[in-house]
Ligand binder design. Structure first.
Ligand code: GLU
Length: 254
């Protein structure tokens, strides 16, 4: 199966904002197992801005938000991809960095180039690690968040499945901290979740449940099954693939 896996900033960062290399390493171990089992993986990883921010703690004070985003992502993306490169190398898996912008999904020529780049990497067994090119995509040129980007990548690469890893088990019928709320495990095609979605969003990333849910619905409507699950849970990817019925998650059927 070809699977696009999106990892949110909150999965990859510790509460103090630093890069959680132990978690990254555990996710890399699982992706290596999935590849070993014959799956093709495309990774969409956030975490550039968060890891750059923690690297440059000493100079973040008087920068405006655009300058911060450009500076932190420039430094943080280098740090992030370097870690992935080293971790996957332990498994002799070659990775390639794909930094993209919204234009690459609309303009025909750019789209073709982007598609070709993904194709050639996959055909040669190179694992693409995709992120938005945060250094140049600013305000209206930006994706809503990496959830949107992961849906577009899943469709472009004709993935059969999109897994969105966040720091929560999935979509709940109410506030997740309310004991009355329950996790919605299956969402049938066309079922609206508007009444359940909390407007709040995670601290490190740009996305929230609202955007995850609408990306999931759109992607499922395109024939790709989508799972939202908790990337902080040990062995989450392996459990989703091998024992989904007993693994907390929200699955959007297509
Ligand atoms: N591209 C951003 C980063 O790597 C994350 C965007 C998002 O939070 O979805 O930091």
């Amino acid at each position: 199966m070809r699977i696009t896996i999106k990892i949110g900033s909150n999965v990859l960062t510790r509460p103090d904002g630093s890069l959680d290399v132990t978690r990254m390493s555990a996710i890399v171990d699982q992706i290596a197992s999935l590849r070993q089992a014959g799956h093709e993986i495309i990774l969409v990883s956030s975490g550039a801005v968060a890891s750059g921010r923690s690297e440059l703690r000493h100079i973040q004070h008087d920068l405006d938000s655009v300058d911060q985003r450009q500076l932190f992502s420039a430094v943080g993306q280098a740090k992030l991809i370097n870690r992935y490169f080293e971790l996957f190398r332990e498994y002799s898996i070659s990775v390639g960095q794909v930094l993209t912008t919204k234009e690459n999904f609309s303009d025909t020529e750019h789209r073709k180039n982007q598609e070709n780049c993904m194709r050639v990497m996959l055909e040669n067994g190179v694992l693409p690690i995709v992120n938005e090119n945060d250094t140049v995509s600013i305000t209206e040129l930006m994706f809503t968040d990496n959830d949107e980007l992961s849906g577009l990548i899943a469709r472009m690469t004709q993935s059969q499945m999109l897994i969105i890893l966040s720091n929560i088990d999935g979509i709940y019928t109410g506030n997740p901290s309310d004991p009355e709320s329950r996790l919605i495990s299956i969402v049938k095609p066309g079922k609206s979740l508007d009444e359940y979605i909390q407007p709040s969003k995670s601290s490190a990333g740009r996305g929230g449940m609202q955007s995850k849910s609408s990306v999931a619905q759109l992607t499922a409507a395109a024939g790709i099954s989508v799972i939202i699950a908790n990337g902080k849970r040990n062995d989450i990817l392996l459990n989703l693939m091998n024992d989904r019925d007993n693994t907390p998650c929200t699955e959007f059927l297509c």
